[in-house]
Write a protein that binds this ligand. Sequence first.
Ligand SMILES: [Zn+2]
Length: 334
Amino acid sequence: MMINSAAGPLSAEKLGATLMHEHLVAGFPGWEGDTRAPTVSRSELLAICLDRIQELQDGGFSTLLDPCPSDLGRDPELYAEVAARTGFNILFATGLYHEKFAGAYWKLKLSIDPDAASNLAGMYVEELTEGVGPARLKPAAIKLAIGEDPNSAFENILIEAAARASVATGAPIITHTEAVGGDLLLSKLTGFGVPAHKVIIGHSCGSGDKAYHRRIVDGGTYIGFDRFGIASIQPDEVRVDCLHALLKEGFAQQVMVSHDCVFCLRGRMMPASMEAHAAPRSPLHFSREVAPKLRERGVSQETIDSLLRDNPRRYFCEEVPQRQPGLAASAQPA
Ligand SMILES: [Zn+2]
């Protein structure tokens, strides 16, 4: 199975240890107008990214997916340059951000277009099959972001467009949620014909509701525990407790772990809750701080490795995850 990476086609067997939700750079639409915000030159930006990638390589990782929406500072040329200089695999996405923070351009454009969903799907398909920008770099996945309102007309267009493009190309979908409505989102996507195992319900660890997590994995989809270290949204203790519950119940094949780090944030963050994204966090936080807490609870290193290696590969290879016997049936350390 070949996957699109910023450096060209990549064999799924070469993914290795993979973080499925990190960002090299991001900026809310309009950040360029904040002329008093600190600026980062292209060479400084590149240096920051190279440092972080080196850190990841030293920590045993070989791939990350940067699911930055195209209206949030997505930069395929940067990904390609960092990949070329490091040999690290960088995958990126096509898609738009959710209504609250989406670019005004898209809000207007989709609101006045009677065929908005199919036109947007057409653009996603073109990016996925023909590439984007002068170098025709191809995304590996479709980013779909939703907020808290399931009736948002803007987001229902995004959902339909993402589903149509996925069905047309076979590309998987990675979602942003506000840790609510992920189960409803999944049912909308499967209603358009997207298989559940081609979807990640992202940021679900922002909820501490184990029944909510269970509804998501029972739907056969992947669940994103992909904001480890963002304490202002949810303390890691709760994320670990909820992740452990899923592993105990045998859902290890369906969890994607990551941090949602932003190596370089453009402009200045306004909402306090978003400051956490900008605060420097190590993309090795899961390996260094979270994995030991899971091991203390009896999760084997083999299971932890499998979250980082097997689940991303399975997602891109379109294999259906299977429920396992769970921790209760496996050997417990003394
Ligand atoms: Zn993100």
